[in-house]
Design a protein around this ligand. Structure first.
Ligand SMILES: Cc1ncc(COP(=O)(O)O)c(C=O)c1O
Length: 295
């Protein structure tokens, strides 16, 4: 895999309706999206040439923009087609797909009523190295200092660039201490999610996950809940207090990038990734594979 910086790679990027050479997909420094974080994006994965839940991601992208008070000038079907096109032109099968929409340069103050809305879609090679034995060792999480904010203070249902400010700070701090990621509480002090993934716990055969009332209800999260229920596992979406961490046997995180990743430690608490986590990891990897087309 190339280690070139992301602005110096080969391939094409879909930019405002056209495919452009990768290094030409630039924007001006006086872009509203850069100064005021008026940008929304998606993170998606293609497996075997097909983007998993592409339409759900395109819908969420448009909804995120609407929450930020702008409309992406492309329909869900057009965004889906553009993602397929750029993936195909880049000749990729197992890839990460990154659409991003932002406000342009017409106005450069808080108000941006007349700014053009741009949309770009990039894809890059990102195989999913699925080695269950390796993964079952589990990752280590720090406790983040920042908390997911009160929904009365931010548009918490949007996958908006600005909401990642506290995630990057928290993740950096965790990484500097040797952890892979950080678990964030919410503004009330309840367990919320990681910096780019949702979190699940298992105790006595029952799966527990925080109710997504102030953070992203991930597409992977919903997929894994469906898979668990199909297996007959009980899933409780509820308020989880940090004091409960001590009593859980298993823990895993979910997200497009993380897929289903077991957790071995959160701060002082340890977990033993077990059979239920393993079953869900395997079910998820089976679920994301391209479905055979009906004859
Ligand atoms: C903060 C945050 N929470 C949760 C998720 C999981 O969302 P999804 O499963 O839709 O990728 C992500 C990833 O996009 C994220 O960035």
């Amino acid at each position: 895999m190339s280690v070139a910086p992301f602005d110096q790679r080969d391939g094409v990027i879909w930019y405002d309706g056209k495919l452009v050479p990768w290094t030409d997909a630039t924007l001006h420094v006086l872009s509203h999206g850069l100064h005021y974080a008026s940008a929304v994006f998606e993170g998606e994965r293609a497996y075997g040439g097909e983007i998993f839940k592409s339409t759900e991601h395109s819908e969420r992208l448009r909804t995120s923009a609407e929450i930020l008070d702008f409309e992406i000038p492309y329909s869900v079907a057009e965004i889906d087609a553009a993602k397929r096109l750029v993936l195909e032109k880049n000749g990729q099968k197992d890839a990460y797909v990154r659409p991003i929409a932002w406000r342009g340069s017409e106005m450069m103050g808080v108000s941006a009523q007349h700014n053009k809305i741009h949309l770009a879609i990039a894809t890059w090679e990102w195989p999913s190295y699925f080695d269950p034995a390796q993964r079952l060792k589990g990752i280590r999480l720090d406790m983040a200092e920042y908390r997911r904010p009160d929904p009365a203070t931010i548009p918490c249902k949007a996958k908006a660039a600005g909401l990642y400010m506290i995630c990057t700070i928290s993740k950096h701090k965790a990484e500097r201490k040797g952890y892979s990621d950080a678990l964030m509480l919410d503004w009330r002090g309840h367990v919320a999610e990681c910096t780019g993934a949702n979190v699940f716990f298992i105790r006595d055969g029952v799966i527990h996950t925080p109710t997504p009332d102030c953070f992203l209800d991930g597409i992977t999260r919903r997929t894994v809940i469906d898979l668990a229920r199909r297996r007959g596992f009980e899933v409780q979406e509820r308020t989880i207090l940090p004091a409960e961490l001590e009593g859980f046997n298993e823990c895993f995180i979910t997200g497009t990038a993380a897929e289903v990743t077991p957790v071995a430690e959160i701060g002082p608490y340890t977990f033993q990734p077990g059979n239920m986590t393993k079953v869900l990891m395997e079910d998820y990897m089976a679920e994301v594979q391209p479905k055979a087309k009906a004859a």
